[in-house]
Design a protein around this ligand. Sequence first.
Ligand code: SAJ
Length: 427
Amino acid sequence: MDNNKLCVVGLGYIGLPTAAMFAKVGWDVTGVDVNSTAVEKLNRGEIHIEEVGLGELVKESVEAGRLKATLSPVEADCFIIAVPTPHRADHTADLTYVESATKAIVPFLKDGNTVIVESTIPPRTIDDVVAPLLAEAGWKPGEDIYLAHCPERVLRGRILIELIENTRILGGINEISAQKAADVYRSFVAGDILLTSAVSAEMSKLMENTYRDVNIALVNELVKISEKLKIDALEVIQLANHHPRVNLHLPGPGVGDHCLADDPYFIIEKAPEQSVLNSNARRINNSMPAFVVEQVKRLLPDNNSKVALFGLTYKGNVNDVQESPAMDVLSLLQAEGNKLGIHDPHVQQEQVNFYLSSFEEAIQGAECVLVLTDHDEFKKLDEEKLVQFMKEPILFDTKNCVRLESNDIQYINFGKLNSNKVFTLES
Ligand code: SAJ
């Protein structure tokens, strides 16, 4: 391939691993970021984010002279934009970074270049926002330069594996743009590469996360219905999932992170009247922290009781507390005036502005342990200490992840909220 110079704008969780992967297979890669610490670190062969295997890969590529970083773009054969698309207070997409990244590469574009946007964007953004910006600069996207959207679909902790193995969707502003962009990814993608239009690619990425969000809302609603009707929701899910074409998801204290909880809004903003199910799913999932607090209040003798809150991150075994439903549960319990012991072995003290307790400190004198995240550390707890340090130990496990042996601890999960089941059959 003669296209061997790549410029990646945005060195975050997607941009940096992508840049390193291209460098590994021989591209001459320049990563661009406005964060000077990220740039300096990369040029020393270090990384500013955590991801399995990424440190070694970046070090090798920098030492081999195939990967470097700068604060502004450079000339290249291909440009990949992987900047964040945060949302505004009203949940609409803030495209400021996508727009500024597009404008930043304009002075470096040459005839025949390929421009690819990986950032998650609302439907029609390539056609209505990015292409016009390039056209304003005198280019004819799809003719003298090629323009495509290639959404990322990787899971943290597995990014380097999934970048290679996952199927990629390449949505071009026209057919030749999709083909040119596909040629770029073929240098390391072993999964299928599906060619389509830009708008279908934008929408399919959003629908993947919306599918998960809507399905999680369905079981979260089942939990509420079951609490009212005295049914074991978790047993119902298990039974229904024996049907060969049914896959009910897992209920929990809500849906966190930027992906599942934000992407549906990018569809809603473009077609609010039509997005009925979508909007309701968001509402149901957003209501779960309050539902959890309501249940905790029923379990506690009074508002002065102490709750040991276990797990702050948006899901198990990660250290990210942003947009985590556990943080909402925490604020609601604080507003209720409850005493709290907050414990999360994956979160560092400097990440939060309140005190993090050890396991022992958190449970000392607590009436209830409230598990909000399925970290591996919570699956087996020191039951002797729970019995010793707590008054009459109750454990409310919103993720159904704790396995207890002692009968001295009252165990509640989303199946046992109000269930009057008289027997359980072993499967
Ligand atoms: N959750 C439930 N019940 C479930 C599954 C998840 O309550 O049955 C909750 C989790 O606890 C968490 C949230 O949903 O709060 C999201 O967790 P996740 O592991 O499902 O997803 P993310 O946000 O870490 O990553 C998703 C992935 N998308 C899909 O699986 C469709 C990933 O492939 C995407 O790359 C990523 O979003 C993204 O960047 O869009």
